[in-house]
Write a protein that binds this ligand. Structure first.
Ligand code: HEM
Length: 150
């Protein structure tokens, strides 16, 4: 049973972290695009996939992870508590910043057109935050595999 739950946990991790990595690679490409429509379109797709795939994956990942901890580990172990803190930070960043900001950027592109300077500067900041999130995912995967202190 433990291995089955770990399998679900790792599948959710692959979906969430792999998806975040792919979105970053695509963002780098699109930031260099000459087609002004590319960025608004990208924003709409990321918001759509983010709420319907990445958010559920992050919740499944957490529930499965917590069950695993309950079965064989302790929430006070550093690798677990740091991973939970980074997970919470990422979910909060998504709910409080990335999600609403993506929506605002979409509205600006509709109101001011694909060349909107305000929307593009908000998007640059959003990309920076999501890159920091990706760094935190890399740290979490290290914690999960190496389990420092165990
Ligand atoms: C972005 C967040 C996370 C990612 C990418 C992630 C990824 C992984 C990976 C790849 C493994 C397999 C490690 C191995 O077999 O050596 C793993 C195992 C595990 N994860 Fe996570 N995890 C995340 C968050 C969490 C959280 C928040 C918890 C606790 C609530 C958690 C608890 C566990 C536990 C207990 C294991 C099993 C350790 C073992 O049996 O070796 N994970 N995780």
């Amino acid at each position: 049973m433990y291995d089955l739950i770990k399998y679900v946990h790792v599948l959710a991790a692959i979906t969430w972290v792999g998806g975040a990595f792919y979105a970053q690679m695509l963002a780098l490409q699109i930031q260099r695009s000459n087609d002004p429509e590319d960025i608004p379109k990208f924003g709409r797709h990321v918001e759509y996939i983010g709420t319907r795939v990445f958010l559920p994956a992050s919740i499944i990942l957490f529930v499965a992870g917590a069950i695993l901890v309950g079965q064989r580990w302790s929430f006070s172990q550093a690798w677990v508590s740091i991973a939970i803190a980074l997970w919470l930070l990422s979910v909060l960043a998504g709910a409080v910043y990335l999600g609403p900001r993506m929506k605002r950027i979409g509205e600006l592109f509709v109101a001011e057109g694909p060349g909107s300077v305000a929307a593009r500067s908000l998007l640059d900041r959003l990309f920076l935050v999501s890159r920091l999130e990706l760094v935190s995912f890399v740290v979490i995967v290290f914690l999960m595999v190496v389990k420092p202190g165990v």
